[in-house]
Structure formats: structure tokens, C-alpha cells
Design a protein around this ligand. Structure first.
Ligand code: GTP
Ligand code: MG
Length: 552
């Protein structure tokens, strides 16, 4: 929503533009007025919509055409003033003023216009008959208001309508010609409907409607109001209410009704609460809320985050088989502009014959949060996290961990997600090694001094080849005080041997042990380590459990 509003008054000479402005400010009719009032700014707290509002006068006798064009360019809304007692000033709206304001914009966004019929004290009837054809000719005319600067009638209303035309514009929401929601508005409201339909039955129960109302407006509907809403929909839309639940058609009709009754702010409140801008796009502020991740820290979903994504999973696991089929996953992503996880899923998490089990699904969230937290924030935004969980932003679903350096100093970590780097020459089988566990590889060097390192001899099923000249891997490890190479093979039964991964997780979780003991100890101290090893293994199974399971 805009942070300020600039209202420009235009119209023929002597229609009362300056008098209207000075009547508003002085709360009495000024008998004598200058040709042009000074620009005034009304502070936010005294305006109905709580935004600072600038009001700008125009006088043909004081301003050039260039100055006029410049003012039109700067205005957020234009009030075209006419004199209800002077038919000629009405005719000029059509022939002069509207073409002047919007004539050059072509098919681009038009400046909203309010028609203002002043001097209503001079005419007993209404000027509406003459004005209605103009209103239907120009869709940018938001509304028409008759007023009198002299009798102080409808003056503050006129400025309120002008303010509202800017803050809650009609054009993005509604097409007055077809009397329907614009396609973009219908699309946004459909997405909001899907997010609010918690049991995915394509309708909103009383409970869902109340939760929706609460997340948008801060309080549930009174039971009577709920019944009234359903009655109005029932009367107007066939199929708008089914089994006492509001359908999508009913929901869209309700919003059309708000707009047709001049209550745009209601529909705008819903759209903005779900992150939409005035152009009906999700805003960058909404999709990417600030989240500070200092160097050396990592990002993990916290219990709010896991709870939310698990609820989303359960909502879409329609057949309750504990896994999402392709179709169920597509449905989950129907509130995204494009599906974020595609055919590569089986290469990043464990899937089960084309279906994504809860564990794999949570692991994928874990992975995205760790590797690409901006995408994680964006995805949670598409899923409506801040609105549905009534939280300030998606950042509340994320924990930023302590710096790695501090973990190393203290010899312990609170992290639930740890990174293991796999390095090795081209073609040695790194990817196969990882694919065996369905992890994710990020290349770097093993000897950064702090990171525990394990050599994996892959393709161990093959006969040993002729050793190349130079150090053998085993000798290399011995000299560098690294653990002896671990043999590994992807050949053989599909049931994988997780020992090596368990070992890696231990090394990652207890880097100080891996280092101080494996790195710097003499041979006989290593004998000690084997004894310590039993204790480590016990803690280790707990730690692995933490890595793989607790993340649920
Ligand atoms: P320009 O500055 O020449 O463009 O005119 P303007 O549109 O600013 O009109 P202005 O406020 O100067 O008013 C023109 C005349 O209309 C003055 O004599 C006002 O007193 C009179 N007038 C303004 N508003 C009303 C009204 O509501 N009723 C009546 N009866 N007279 C009004
Ligand atoms: Mg004037």
C-alpha cells in the first residue's frame, strides 16, 4: 500500500476548486479566495486511512500547460470539479479534462478520477443524470460525489473517496464493463481460497472461514454474521454454498459484492494479508523477509517450520498412505507459480517408487533450508506460512545456528543438520557414493584443517588395479594421520550399508574428537580411542537419530 497520497483538483475556472480546499482546511466557507491555494499536507493521524495526504490546487490563470502536465504526472488521483449549476462545466469533463489526464497513457495504468459536483446549494435536484453517461464511458472514474463548499456538505467525504481511490484502487480488482473480478484478482483469490481450505474438500467450513477471517482481520466472525454471509451467497449464486460450506464460486462472489458495494478495502485487506502488492503480485518484502545469516552460521527449520510443512504434507496426502504421489505433489504446488521441486527429487532425497514419503519430504525441506534459505523463505511464502500461522514472516520458521567456529571452540554443536564434503579425483565414484545415500555434494578441499576427513575407496568390488607411482592411499592417510581409507561399493544388494554414513555423521557431529584423537595422537593413544569408540558409537546413534529423524 502507498505511504502517501497526492490529490490534484482540476476543472473549469470558477467551479470552486480553491473554495473546496479552503473549506476543508478552515472548516468554514471562505468568501474571498486566492486564485490558487498553497499545496497543503494533511498529517497521517487525522486522515481516515492514516496516510499523509497532499492536496494540490490548479489555476489556469497562474499555471502554464507544462506545469499542469507536471502536476498530473505527480498526482495519484485527480478530482475533476464541475459546477452542478453550469451544464457547460459538465460537458468539459468529457471533452477536455479526462483526455488531458489519461489521454497519453494509452493502455497503461490510468490515474483514478473522482468527479466532484460542487455548488449543490445552487441546484435543487441532482446532476447525476448528466454525469452517469460519462462515468460509464471512462472506467477510470472511481466515483462521483456532489458537494457544496458553501454549505460544507460532503467536503471531507470527497477527500476520503479520493484517498481511498489511491489506497484501495478498483482497477486491479474489478472490471466495471464486464462487472466481474479481473482475471488476476480471481486468480489471487483462488490461491487464497486453496490455502484456507485446510481439508482440501474445495469448500470452506465454518471453522475454516473463521480461521480465514481471523488471520485476515484478527477476529473470527460472529455466528450470526457467518449465517448471513452464507444466506446472501446462497440466494445469489447457484452452488455458492454446498453442504453448509462456502465454495470457491461463493467466495469469489462475496468479494465481487464487497467491491460493487464500494467496500474494496475488505478485498484489499485479504489480498495484502496474503502478500499481494497493488499490482496483485506477491511482493518481494513478503517472499523474502529479512533474515540475517552471519558467515559461519547455518540455517535450519525450527519446530514452527517443521510443524507447518508437516501439516501441509498431511493436508495433501489425501489417501493417507504416508507419501505424496505425483498428483498429490502437483496439487501441493498449485499455489506456487512453478513447482519448485521437480524430477530431480529422487536424486536428493529418498523416494519410494515415484512417491515422496514424509521422511523424504521433510529431508528435502531440511536440505533447501540449509543450502538455499532464500528459496526456503520464498516457498514458505507461497504456502501462506505467515498468514496461516499468524506469524510476522517466514523468518520465524528458521533457526540460524551458532557460528561453526564457536562450535569448534566449545567442542559441541546444537546443529541438527551437518555438512559432509566429499572430494576426490574425477571418476573415482564420488557421485555414486553419494547417490547411494541420496545426499548432496558440494566440492571443496579436505585439508582445511578443521573439517574431519575420511578417505573412501569406492568400487571396492572391483579387483585392485595396478597402483600408480607415488604414495598409496593407505600410506597417504597414515602420513597425514587420517583414518585408514574406508572401502565402499555400490554393487550388490540394494539394501545399503549405512555404516560409512554413520561414521561420517559421527565425524561431523564430533569434529573435535575426529581431530584431536585421529589427527594428533600417537599410535598407542589410538588404542585408547578404540575404547572410547564404544561410547562414541552410543552417542553417535543418538546423534544420527537427531540428524535424520528429529528434524521431523
Ligand atoms: P479558478 O481559481 O479561477 O480556477 O476558480 P476556482 O475553481 O478555484 O473557484 P473558486 O474557489 O475561486 O470559486 C469561484 C466562485 O464560486 C467564488 O465566488 C466562490 O465563492 C464561489 N463558490 C465556490 N464554491 C461554492 C459553493 O459551493 N456554492 C456557491 N454558491 N458558490 C461557491
Ligand atoms: Mg482557484
Amino acid at each position: 500500500m502507498r505511504r502517501d497520497v497526492r490529490i490534484l483538483l482540476l476543472g473549469e475556472a470558477q467551479v470552486g476548486k480553491t473554495s473546496l480546499i479552503l473549506s476543508l482546511v478552515g472548516e468554514e466557507f471562505p468568501e474571498e479566495v486566492p486564485a490558487r491555494a498553497e499545496e497543503i499536507t494533511i498529517p497521517a493521524d487525522v486522515t481516515p486511512e492514516k496516510v499523509p495526504t497532499h492536496i494540490v490546487d490548479y489555476s489556469e490563470s497562474e499555471q502554464t500547460d507544462e506545469e499542469l502536465q507536471d502536476e498530473i504526472h505527480k498526482a495519484n488521483v485527480v478530482c475533476v470539479v464541475y459546477d452542478v449549476s453550469e451544464e457547460a462545466t459538465i460537458e468539459k469533463i468529457r471533452t477536455k479534462w479526462i483526455p488531458l489526464v489519461n489521454g497519453r497513457t494509452g493502455s497503461g495504468p490510468r490515474v483514478p478520477i473522482i468527479l466532484v459536483g460542487n455548488k449543490s446549494d445552487l441546484r435543487p435536484g441532482s446532476s447525476m443524470e448528466a454525469v452517469l453517461p460519462i462515468m460509464s464511458q471512462f472506467p477510470e472514474i472511481e466515483t462521483c460525489v456532489e458537494c457544496s463548499a458553501k454549505h460544507l456538505r460532503n467536503i471531507s467525504e470527497l477527500f476520503y473517496y479520493a484517498q481511498k481511490a489511491v489506497l484501495h484502487p478498483t482497477a486491479p480488482l474489478y472490471d466495471p464493463e464486464t462487472k466481474q473480478l479481473t482475471p488476476k484478482c480471481a486468480q489471487a483469490l483462488t490461491r487464497i481460497f486453496k490455502l484456507s481450505d485446510q481439508d482440501l474438500d474445495n469448500s470452506l467450513s465454518d471453522e475454516e472461514l473463521n480461521a480465514f477471517q481471523k488471520s485476515c482481520f484478527g477476529h473470527p466472525l460472529a455466528p450470526q454474521a457467518l449465517e448471513d454471509v452464507k444466506r446472501v451467497v446462497c440466494k445469489n449464486v447457484p452452488g455458492g454454498v454446498q453442504d453448509d460450506r462456502l465454495t470457491l464460486d461463493g467466495f469469489l462472489f462475496l468479494n465481487t459484492l464487497f467491491i460493487q458495494r464500494g467496500r474494496h478495502e475488505t478485498t484489499w485487506a485479504i489480498l495484502r494479508r496474503f502478500g499481494y502488492s497493488d499490482m496483485l503480485e506477491l511482493t518481494t518484502d513478503y517472499l523474502f523477509p529479512p533474515l540475517h545469516v552471519p558467515p559461519g552460521c547455518s540455517t535450519e527449520l525450527n519446530h514452527h517450520g517443521y510443524q507447518f510443512v508437516q501439516q501441509v504434507f498431511e493436508k495433501h496426502d489425501q489417501d493417507c498412505d504416508g507419501a505424496l504421489s505425483l498428483e498429490e505433489l502437483q496439487n501441493l504446488f498449485s499455489v506456487f507459480p512453478v513447482a519448485p521441486w521437480g524430477p530431480e527429487l529422487p536424486h536428493t532425497v529418498r523416494t519410494d517408487s515415484g512417491r515422496l514419503p514424509l521422511h523424504g519430504y521433510l529431508c528435502q525441506w531440511t536440505l533447501v533450508t540449509y543450502l538455499d534459505v532464500q528459496h526456503c523463505l520464498e516457498h514458505l511464502g507461497y504456502l501462506g506460512y505467515p498468514t496461516l500461522c499468524e506469524q510476522e514472516s517466514q523468518a520465524q520458521a528458521i533457526t540460524v545456528t551458532r557460528e561453526k567456529r564457536l562450535d569448534q571452540e566449545k567442542g559441541q554443536t546444537q546443529r541438527n543438520v551437518l555438512m559432509c564434503k566429499v572430494v576426490g579425483a574425477q571418476g573415482v565414484g564420488k557421485s555414486s557414493f553419494l547417490q547411494a545415500f541420496l545426499g548432496h555434494s558440494l566440492g571443496h578441499h579436505y585439508m582445511d584443517g578443521q573439517t574431519p576427513c575420511l578417505f573412501v575407496s569406492s568400487k571396492a568390488d572391483l579387483p585392485e588395479g595396478v597402483a600408480p607411482p607415488g604414495l598409496s592411499p593407505a600410506e597417504f592417510c597414515r602420513r597425514h594421520r587420517l583414518p585408514a581409507p574406508a572401502l565402499f561399493s555400490c554393487q550388490g544388494p540394494a539394501l545399503l550399508n549405512t555404516d560409512i554414513f554413520t561414521r561420517l555423521a559421527t565425524m561431523a557431529a564430533f569434529p573435535h574428537l575426529a581431530h584431536s584423537e585421529l589427527h594428533h595422537t600417537s599410535f598407542w593413544l589410538r588404542g585408547m580411542l578404540i575404547a572410547v569408540g564404544a561410547a562414541v558409537a552410543a552417542v553417535l546413534s543418538f546423534s544420527l537419530y537427531r540428524v535424520l529423524v528429529k528434524s521431523r
